[in-house]
Design a protein around this ligand. Structure first.
Ligand code: AMP
Ligand code: MG
Length: 336
Protein backbone atom coordinates (compact mmCIF):
# COMPACT_ATOMS: atom_id res chain seq x y z
CA UNK A 1 0.00 0.00 0.00
CA UNK A 2 1.24 3.49 -0.82
CA UNK A 3 1.19 5.86 2.17
CA UNK A 4 0.44 9.47 1.25
CA UNK A 5 1.08 12.53 3.41
CA UNK A 6 -1.47 15.22 2.50
CA UNK A 7 -2.11 18.67 3.98
CA UNK A 8 -5.61 19.21 5.37
CA UNK A 9 -7.86 20.40 2.51
CA UNK A 10 -11.38 19.80 1.27
CA UNK A 11 -10.09 17.06 -1.02
CA UNK A 12 -7.94 15.26 1.60
CA UNK A 13 -10.76 15.45 4.18
CA UNK A 14 -13.21 13.93 1.67
CA UNK A 15 -10.70 11.16 1.07
CA UNK A 16 -10.20 10.61 4.80
CA UNK A 17 -13.96 10.39 5.26
CA UNK A 18 -14.21 7.73 2.56
CA UNK A 19 -11.34 5.72 4.01
CA UNK A 20 -12.81 5.83 7.55
CA UNK A 21 -16.24 4.78 6.20
CA UNK A 22 -14.53 1.86 4.43
CA UNK A 23 -13.01 0.67 7.73
CA UNK A 24 -9.49 1.96 7.00
CA UNK A 25 -7.04 3.58 9.40
CA UNK A 26 -6.02 7.24 8.92
CA UNK A 27 -3.30 9.10 10.85
CA UNK A 28 -4.13 12.65 11.92
CA UNK A 29 -2.54 15.63 13.65
CA UNK A 30 -3.47 16.69 17.18
CA UNK A 31 -1.98 19.31 19.48
CA UNK A 32 -0.32 16.58 21.60
CA UNK A 33 0.99 13.85 19.26
CA UNK A 34 -0.26 12.32 15.98
CA UNK A 35 -3.10 9.76 16.30
CA UNK A 36 -3.82 6.55 14.38
CA UNK A 37 -7.60 6.70 13.89
CA UNK A 38 -10.44 4.40 12.86
CA UNK A 39 -14.24 4.41 13.19
CA UNK A 40 -14.77 3.59 16.88
CA UNK A 41 -18.04 1.77 16.05
CA UNK A 42 -16.38 -0.66 13.63
CA UNK A 43 -14.90 -3.77 15.32
CA UNK A 44 -12.69 -4.75 12.38
CA UNK A 45 -11.35 -1.22 11.90
CA UNK A 46 -10.51 -0.88 15.61
CA UNK A 47 -8.76 -4.26 15.59
CA UNK A 48 -6.62 -3.05 12.67
CA UNK A 49 -5.15 -0.34 14.91
CA UNK A 50 -3.99 -2.92 17.45
CA UNK A 51 -2.49 -5.10 14.71
CA UNK A 52 -0.68 -2.19 13.02
CA UNK A 53 0.88 -0.94 16.25
CA UNK A 54 1.58 -4.33 17.75
CA UNK A 55 -0.37 -2.97 20.70
CA UNK A 56 -1.29 -5.37 23.53
CA UNK A 57 -4.99 -6.28 23.36
CA UNK A 58 -5.65 -5.03 26.91
CA UNK A 59 -4.49 -1.42 26.34
CA UNK A 60 -7.58 0.66 25.50
CA UNK A 61 -7.89 3.44 22.92
CA UNK A 62 -9.27 6.95 23.25
CA UNK A 63 -12.46 8.00 21.41
CA UNK A 64 -11.83 11.37 19.70
CA UNK A 65 -14.75 13.65 18.82
CA UNK A 66 -15.20 17.18 17.44
CA UNK A 67 -16.17 20.11 19.63
CA UNK A 68 -19.83 20.00 18.59
CA UNK A 69 -20.26 16.28 19.29
CA UNK A 70 -22.68 15.29 22.08
CA UNK A 71 -20.41 13.32 24.42
CA UNK A 72 -23.36 12.36 26.61
CA UNK A 73 -24.52 10.06 23.80
CA UNK A 74 -21.43 7.91 24.48
CA UNK A 75 -20.89 8.08 28.25
CA UNK A 76 -22.37 8.95 31.67
CA UNK A 77 -21.01 12.33 32.76
CA UNK A 78 -20.71 13.11 36.50
CA UNK A 79 -21.52 16.73 37.49
CA UNK A 80 -17.89 17.74 38.25
CA UNK A 81 -16.84 16.53 34.78
CA UNK A 82 -19.00 19.21 33.14
CA UNK A 83 -16.95 21.88 34.90
CA UNK A 84 -13.74 20.25 33.65
CA UNK A 85 -15.09 20.00 30.09
CA UNK A 86 -15.97 23.68 30.21
CA UNK A 87 -12.55 24.64 31.53
CA UNK A 88 -10.29 22.46 29.37
CA UNK A 89 -12.06 21.24 26.20
CA UNK A 90 -11.17 21.28 23.43
CA UNK A 91 -7.64 20.58 24.65
CA UNK A 92 -5.08 18.00 25.80
CA UNK A 93 -7.30 16.32 28.42
CA UNK A 94 -8.71 12.78 28.02
CA UNK A 95 -11.55 11.98 30.41
CA UNK A 96 -12.51 8.40 31.35
CA UNK A 97 -16.26 7.91 31.98
CA UNK A 98 -18.70 5.03 32.52
CA UNK A 99 -19.47 3.88 28.97
CA UNK A 100 -22.93 3.61 27.44
CA UNK A 101 -21.61 0.84 25.16
CA UNK A 102 -22.20 2.75 21.92
CA UNK A 103 -18.79 2.03 20.37
CA UNK A 104 -16.97 -1.22 19.61
CA UNK A 105 -16.02 -3.12 22.78
CA UNK A 106 -12.50 -3.39 21.34
CA UNK A 107 -11.95 0.35 21.92
CA UNK A 108 -12.01 -0.11 25.71
CA UNK A 109 -10.68 -3.69 25.61
CA UNK A 110 -13.81 -4.92 27.36
CA UNK A 111 -13.68 -2.36 30.22
CA UNK A 112 -17.00 -0.75 31.18
CA UNK A 113 -15.43 2.71 30.81
CA UNK A 114 -14.69 4.80 27.72
CA UNK A 115 -12.10 7.56 27.43
CA UNK A 116 -13.09 10.58 25.34
CA UNK A 117 -10.96 13.44 24.05
CA UNK A 118 -11.79 16.61 22.13
CA UNK A 119 -8.50 17.77 20.58
CA UNK A 120 -8.05 21.50 19.99
CA UNK A 121 -5.85 21.36 16.90
CA UNK A 122 -7.72 22.86 13.92
CA UNK A 123 -6.50 19.96 11.74
CA UNK A 124 -7.95 17.40 14.19
CA UNK A 125 -11.20 19.33 14.46
CA UNK A 126 -11.51 19.51 10.66
CA UNK A 127 -10.94 15.75 10.36
CA UNK A 128 -13.36 14.87 13.18
CA UNK A 129 -16.05 17.19 11.81
CA UNK A 130 -15.63 15.75 8.31
CA UNK A 131 -16.12 12.15 9.48
CA UNK A 132 -18.63 13.09 12.24
CA UNK A 133 -18.20 9.73 14.03
CA UNK A 134 -16.15 8.94 17.15
CA UNK A 135 -12.62 8.06 16.07
CA UNK A 136 -10.76 5.51 18.19
CA UNK A 137 -7.09 6.41 18.25
CA UNK A 138 -3.89 5.78 20.16
CA UNK A 139 -0.64 7.58 19.38
CA UNK A 140 0.53 6.83 15.82
CA UNK A 141 3.77 5.00 16.72
CA UNK A 142 4.71 1.35 16.77
CA UNK A 143 4.08 0.01 20.25
CA UNK A 144 6.90 0.94 22.68
CA UNK A 145 8.52 3.38 20.22
CA UNK A 146 8.76 7.14 20.73
CA UNK A 147 5.45 8.94 20.05
CA UNK A 148 5.22 10.91 16.76
CA UNK A 149 5.05 14.72 16.66
CA UNK A 150 5.37 15.18 12.88
CA UNK A 151 3.77 13.51 9.84
CA UNK A 152 7.26 12.25 8.90
CA UNK A 153 7.54 10.43 12.26
CA UNK A 154 4.28 8.60 11.48
CA UNK A 155 5.59 7.82 7.99
CA UNK A 156 8.82 6.45 9.49
CA UNK A 157 6.81 3.93 11.56
CA UNK A 158 3.96 3.05 9.16
CA UNK A 159 5.04 3.68 5.53
CA UNK A 160 3.38 1.08 3.33
CA UNK A 161 0.90 0.04 6.03
CA UNK A 162 -1.62 2.90 6.13
CA UNK A 163 -3.15 4.81 3.20
CA UNK A 164 -3.17 8.40 4.50
CA UNK A 165 -1.47 10.75 6.97
CA UNK A 166 -3.25 14.10 7.36
CA UNK A 167 -0.42 16.55 7.90
CA UNK A 168 -1.19 19.39 10.31
CA UNK A 169 2.45 20.36 10.93
CA UNK A 170 4.40 19.66 14.12
CA UNK A 171 2.37 18.86 17.26
CA UNK A 172 3.01 21.84 19.52
CA UNK A 173 2.15 20.24 22.88
CA UNK A 174 4.63 17.45 22.44
CA UNK A 175 3.49 14.89 25.04
CA UNK A 176 0.30 12.84 25.15
CA UNK A 177 -2.90 14.12 26.76
CA UNK A 178 -3.52 13.98 30.48
CA UNK A 179 -5.70 10.91 31.18
CA UNK A 180 -8.20 11.64 33.95
CA UNK A 181 -10.44 9.05 35.57
CA UNK A 182 -13.91 10.61 36.00
CA UNK A 183 -15.69 7.49 37.26
CA UNK A 184 -15.24 8.23 40.98
CA UNK A 185 -16.42 10.89 43.43
CA UNK A 186 -13.59 13.17 42.39
CA UNK A 187 -11.19 13.02 39.42
CA UNK A 188 -7.93 11.12 39.49
CA UNK A 189 -4.98 11.48 37.09
CA UNK A 190 -4.02 8.19 35.41
CA UNK A 191 -1.40 9.75 33.14
CA UNK A 192 0.22 13.17 33.65
CA UNK A 193 0.13 15.65 30.76
CA UNK A 194 -0.20 19.32 29.86
CA UNK A 195 -3.41 19.76 31.86
CA UNK A 196 -1.92 19.40 35.32
CA UNK A 197 -3.23 18.19 38.64
CA UNK A 198 -2.93 21.76 39.93
CA UNK A 199 -5.08 23.10 37.05
CA UNK A 200 -7.76 20.43 37.60
CA UNK A 201 -7.85 20.92 41.38
CA UNK A 202 -8.28 24.68 40.83
CA UNK A 203 -11.54 23.96 38.95
CA UNK A 204 -13.12 21.17 41.00
CA UNK A 205 -11.35 21.48 44.37
CA UNK A 206 -9.77 18.02 44.46
CA UNK A 207 -7.71 15.86 42.11
CA UNK A 208 -6.02 12.56 42.95
CA UNK A 209 -3.04 10.95 41.24
CA UNK A 210 -3.26 7.22 40.62
CA UNK A 211 -0.23 5.19 41.68
CA UNK A 212 0.00 1.59 40.59
CA UNK A 213 0.90 -0.81 43.39
CA UNK A 214 2.93 -3.98 42.81
CA UNK A 215 0.72 -6.96 41.98
CA UNK A 216 -2.35 -4.81 41.40
CA UNK A 217 -4.28 -4.76 38.09
CA UNK A 218 -3.53 -1.27 36.71
CA UNK A 219 -6.47 1.10 36.46
CA UNK A 220 -5.18 2.31 33.11
CA UNK A 221 -3.95 -0.87 31.43
CA UNK A 222 -1.47 1.00 29.23
CA UNK A 223 0.51 1.79 32.35
CA UNK A 224 1.79 -1.78 32.50
CA UNK A 225 3.81 -1.43 29.30
CA UNK A 226 7.20 -0.05 28.35
CA UNK A 227 7.20 2.97 26.11
CA UNK A 228 9.06 5.80 24.43
CA UNK A 229 12.22 3.78 23.83
CA UNK A 230 14.61 5.28 21.27
CA UNK A 231 16.29 2.75 18.99
CA UNK A 232 19.83 3.34 20.28
CA UNK A 233 21.66 2.63 23.55
CA UNK A 234 20.93 5.03 26.39
CA UNK A 235 22.49 6.16 29.66
CA UNK A 236 20.98 8.44 32.29
CA UNK A 237 22.43 10.71 34.98
CA UNK A 238 20.99 12.73 37.85
CA UNK A 239 20.74 16.52 37.56
CA UNK A 240 23.72 16.99 39.91
CA UNK A 241 25.94 14.45 38.16
CA UNK A 242 26.95 16.23 34.95
CA UNK A 243 30.57 15.16 35.48
CA UNK A 244 29.62 11.46 35.15
CA UNK A 245 27.71 12.30 31.95
CA UNK A 246 30.88 13.95 30.60
CA UNK A 247 32.95 10.85 31.43
CA UNK A 248 30.37 8.56 29.81
CA UNK A 249 30.44 10.76 26.69
CA UNK A 250 34.24 10.69 26.58
CA UNK A 251 34.34 6.91 26.86
CA UNK A 252 31.83 6.41 24.02
CA UNK A 253 33.62 8.93 21.79
CA UNK A 254 36.95 7.29 22.63
CA UNK A 255 35.62 3.96 21.38
CA UNK A 256 34.67 5.53 18.05
CA UNK A 257 30.97 5.91 18.92
CA UNK A 258 28.69 8.93 18.41
CA UNK A 259 27.45 10.07 21.83
CA UNK A 260 24.81 12.83 22.21
CA UNK A 261 23.74 14.48 25.43
CA UNK A 262 20.07 15.38 25.97
CA UNK A 263 19.54 17.93 28.73
CA UNK A 264 17.74 21.12 29.68
CA UNK A 265 19.06 24.37 28.26
CA UNK A 266 21.03 25.52 31.32
CA UNK A 267 22.95 22.23 31.38
CA UNK A 268 23.56 22.19 27.61
CA UNK A 269 25.05 25.67 27.98
CA UNK A 270 27.75 24.15 30.23
CA UNK A 271 28.66 21.52 27.65
CA UNK A 272 30.34 23.52 24.92
CA UNK A 273 32.04 21.25 22.39
CA UNK A 274 29.75 18.29 23.10
CA UNK A 275 27.06 17.03 20.68
CA UNK A 276 23.88 18.20 22.43
CA UNK A 277 20.11 17.87 22.10
CA UNK A 278 18.78 20.92 23.94
CA UNK A 279 15.36 20.25 25.51
CA UNK A 280 14.80 23.96 26.19
CA UNK A 281 14.48 26.14 29.26
CA UNK A 282 10.81 25.97 30.28
CA UNK A 283 8.52 23.00 31.02
CA UNK A 284 6.41 23.81 27.93
CA UNK A 285 9.53 23.88 25.74
CA UNK A 286 10.76 20.59 27.19
CA UNK A 287 7.37 18.95 26.52
CA UNK A 288 7.28 20.26 22.95
CA UNK A 289 10.87 19.17 22.17
CA UNK A 290 11.10 15.81 23.93
CA UNK A 291 9.85 13.34 21.30
CA UNK A 292 11.32 15.27 18.38
CA UNK A 293 14.75 15.10 20.05
CA UNK A 294 14.40 11.44 21.06
CA UNK A 295 13.71 10.59 17.41
CA UNK A 296 16.61 12.80 16.26
CA UNK A 297 18.83 11.17 18.89
CA UNK A 298 18.08 7.63 17.78
CA UNK A 299 18.92 8.64 14.19
CA UNK A 300 22.25 10.25 15.00
CA UNK A 301 23.59 8.73 18.20
CA UNK A 302 25.12 5.38 19.09
CA UNK A 303 24.64 6.33 22.74
CA UNK A 304 22.06 8.85 23.94
CA UNK A 305 23.01 10.30 27.34
CA UNK A 306 20.14 11.86 29.29
CA UNK A 307 20.54 14.27 32.20
CA UNK A 308 17.57 14.64 34.52
CA UNK A 309 15.91 18.09 34.48
CA UNK A 310 15.88 19.91 37.80
CA UNK A 311 12.31 21.16 37.92
CA UNK A 312 9.44 19.08 39.30
CA UNK A 313 5.64 19.46 39.50
CA UNK A 314 3.08 20.86 37.04
CA UNK A 315 3.85 20.08 33.39
CA UNK A 316 7.20 18.58 34.50
CA UNK A 317 5.29 15.63 36.03
CA UNK A 318 4.37 14.58 32.49
CA UNK A 319 7.75 15.45 30.96
CA UNK A 320 9.73 13.60 33.64
CA UNK A 321 7.48 10.56 33.39
CA UNK A 322 8.10 10.25 29.60
CA UNK A 323 11.80 11.15 29.81
CA UNK A 324 12.64 8.72 32.61
CA UNK A 325 10.85 5.89 30.88
CA UNK A 326 12.52 6.62 27.52
CA UNK A 327 15.83 6.18 29.33
CA UNK A 328 14.74 2.97 31.05
CA UNK A 329 14.54 4.63 34.47
CA UNK A 330 11.47 3.03 35.86
CA UNK A 331 8.77 5.37 36.96
CA UNK A 332 6.11 2.93 38.08
CA UNK A 333 3.96 3.37 34.98
CA UNK A 334 4.49 2.30 31.38
CA UNK A 335 2.64 3.07 28.16
CA UNK A 336 2.38 1.46 24.76
P1 AMP B 1 -2.26 6.48 23.69
O1 AMP B 1 -3.39 7.08 22.93
O2 AMP B 1 -1.36 5.64 22.86
O3 AMP B 1 -1.55 7.55 24.39
O4 AMP B 1 -2.89 5.53 24.76
C1 AMP B 1 -4.12 5.81 25.39
C2 AMP B 1 -3.94 5.84 26.87
O5 AMP B 1 -5.21 6.05 27.47
C3 AMP B 1 -3.37 4.56 27.46
O6 AMP B 1 -2.54 4.85 28.55
C4 AMP B 1 -4.63 3.85 27.97
O7 AMP B 1 -4.36 2.93 29.00
C5 AMP B 1 -5.46 5.03 28.42
N1 AMP B 1 -6.89 4.71 28.38
C6 AMP B 1 -7.67 4.66 27.28
N2 AMP B 1 -8.92 4.27 27.59
C7 AMP B 1 -8.95 4.05 28.92
C8 AMP B 1 -9.95 3.62 29.83
N3 AMP B 1 -11.18 3.32 29.42
N4 AMP B 1 -9.60 3.50 31.14
C9 AMP B 1 -8.35 3.79 31.54
N5 AMP B 1 -7.35 4.21 30.73
C10 AMP B 1 -7.63 4.34 29.43
MG1 MG C 1 0.85 5.77 22.97
Amino acid sequence: MKTRILPVSEASLAEAKELIAAGEVVAFHTETVYGLGADARNDAAVKKIFALKGRPADNPLIAHVHAGYDISALVEIPPYAYALQKAFLPGPLTMVYPSKGKVSPYVSCGLCTLSVRVPSSPAAQAFLRAVDVPIAAPSANRSKHVSPVTAQHVFDDFAGDIPLILDGGPSSGGIESTVLDCTGEYPQILRAGLVTREMIAAVVGQCGVYRMHAGEKPKSPGMAYKHYAPGCRTAFFAADDVSSARRCYGKEAGQGGAPYIMAEHAVCALLDGYERLDLGATPAEMAANLYKLLREGERKATLLIGIEPREKGGVMDGVRNRLLRAFGQSEDTHEA
